[in-house]
Write a protein that binds this ligand. Structure first.
Ligand SMILES: Cc1cc2nc3c(=O)[nH]c(=O)nc-3n(C[C@H](O)[C@H](O)[C@H](O)COP(=O)(O)O)c2cc1C
Length: 220
């Protein structure tokens, strides 16, 4: 697949087939993503790939923490407010999703349902957690974001699908404990990985983007 087409056609997938991905293909995602640029080539990224029982056990733990009303505590705090332009785009996304699926992601009971789906990694056969040393600067957050995008693009180019999930980091301490990640690390993002089920209406919506003129100015 052409690079430009790959960037433009990648999308978050939230329904996967049951087919698991061969280990060598998952390994290749990391092999490609590690070529991402980083501040002074510091490469501030580490990954854990979960499959099978280990993934299921973690999902069970996360769902039970939610059901026990345990307050969430991600290492990167969830935003509590947004500037106007970004907020309008979020509202637009929620309205579109509601229109197309009937699901109101703003309703409290739907938030619980959505969290459970996230904690189950949308029933994908694999999950990937990305983390890095907690003492790193904001530049390293930038770098690991680049790594995540490279990984998602590599997956898409290989016919695989992903969705990045901040929700998967809700119970950061418990995830780190379960996966043997030292508490000196910060959990950045979880991703579901597998083959896309393109028959599912959940995967039918292509998110929109602000026009170039809205986000870019020319000075000459
Ligand atoms: C940092 C980050 C966190 C996200 N967290 C979640 C999440 O917790 N659950 C989820 O279903 N999607 C999550 N997403 C996916 C976004 O909703 C999605 O990228 C956005 O709507 C654009 O759609 P697209 O990825 O299909 O282009 C996240 C994306 C990013 C970049």
């Amino acid at each position: 697949m052409d690079t430009l087409e790959c960037i433009k056609t990648r999308r978050s997938i939230r329904k996967f087939t049951e087919q698991s991905v061969p280990r060598k293909d998952l390994e290749e995602l990391i092999e490609i993503a590690r070529w991402s640029p980083s501040y002074k080539n510091s490469q501030p990224w580490e990954a854990i790939i979960l499959s099978g029982n280990k993934k299921q056990e973690l999902s069970k733990t996360l769902v039970s923490l939610l059901e026990a009303d345990k307050p969430n505590k991600p290492d990167l705090a969830a935003p509590t407010s947004w500037p106007e332009a970004e907020n309008n785009r979020i509202k637009h996304l929620l309205a579109k999703r509601k229109e197309l699926t009937g699901i109101d992601l703003g309703a409290p009971e739907m938030i619980i349902k959505a969290k459970k789906a996230n904690f189950n990694f949308y029933y994908a056969p694999h999950a990937i957690y990305l983390f890095q040393d907690a003492s790193l600067s904001d530049w390293s957050l930038f770098d690991i974001g680049l790594f995540a995008q490279s990984l998602m693009l590599a997956a898409h180019a290989k016919g695989l699908a992903t969705v990045p999930q901040a929700f998967a980091t809700d119970y950061a301490a418990e995830v780190k404990k379960a996966l043997g990640i030292p508490s000196s690390k910060r959990l950045i993002i979880g991703l579901s990985v597998g083959y896309p089920d393109m028959e599912s209406p959940v995967n039918g919506y292509r998110t929109e983007r602000a026009e170039v003129g809205e986000i870019c100015r020319w000075l000459e």
